[in-house]
Design a protein around this ligand. Structure first.
Ligand SMILES: CC(C)(COP(=O)(O)OP(=O)(O)OC[C@H]1O[C@@H](n2cnc3c(N)ncnc32)[C@H](O)[C@@H]1OP(=O)(O)O)[C@@H](O)C(=O)NCCC(=O)NCCS
Length: 173
């Protein structure tokens, strides 16, 4: 595995940036970036951000975000009571992946921090109660719990961070 921190630039999705060589070890996440990210961006369905190294071509990592809401059943389980009468508005960190050649060098953390800072900014304009992530596997669950997320009781592959926690961590940073 490569050694040392790899500082990256994180930029909004652009078709001009070559995605063809991206390989994170999870074919579904690779294919989504190559085949679907552009269309989803144009249709305003998701926003994708790319980690790039200005010195070299290609994408080192990416994340994608969209809106989300927890339905009443999920809400009741989350709060341990059926008292909530309305779904919870949330945002979803739908995908986050790092090219295997840059793994273990802090690119994933830089992408996550960038995403969370963006959510702090968004939360000043649009109300939502939490950030939800869908982890791809148990390794990804560890990645997210390391960074403050809590697994849902009924589905530990889905995790959340409340907007209150988010703002307490990132506001003013
Ligand atoms: C999970 C993933 C995004 C991590 O990216 P990365 O750039 O290798 O991670 P970083 O180097 O930024 O590591 C940040 C921290 O998370 C931890 N971490 C990273 N990958 C981890 C893993 N697979 N399991 C447990 N912890 C992990 C690191 O130990 C580090 O913590 P430390 O600084 O306390 O040592 C990357 O391995 C990946 O793309 N995996 C395939 C796709 C995937 O599973 N995506 C996740 C959600 S869909």
């Amino acid at each position: 595995m490569a050694e040392g921190m790899r500082p990256v630039e994180i930029v909004s999705f652009s078709r001009a940036i070559d995605r063809s060589g991206f390989s994170c070890g999870k074919p579904d996440l690779d294919a989504w970036l190559k085949q679907h990210a552009g269309h989803q961006e144009r249709s305003n369905n998701t926003r994708t951000f790319l980690a790039v190294d200005p010195q070299s071509d290609g994408v080192l990592g990416y994340y994608a975000t969209t809106t989300y809401r927890l339905e009443l059943g999920e809400v009741a389980r989350l709060h341990g009571s059926p008292r909530r009468r309305y779904p919870i508005p949330a945002v979803l960190l739908a995908r986050l992946a790092v090219d295997e050649r840059s793994a273990g060098r802090g690119v994933g953390r830089q992408l996550l921090v960038h995403a969370l800072r963006g959510f702090v900014t968004a939360s000043a304009q649009v109300g939502f109660e939490m950030v939800v992530v869908h982890a791809f596997d148990v390794d990804a669950v560890t990645f997210y719990t390391t960074h403050g997320f809590t697994p849902f009781a009924d589905n530990p592959m889905h995790l959340f961070l409340t907007t209150k926690e988010l703002r307490a961590t990132f506001d003013g940073l």
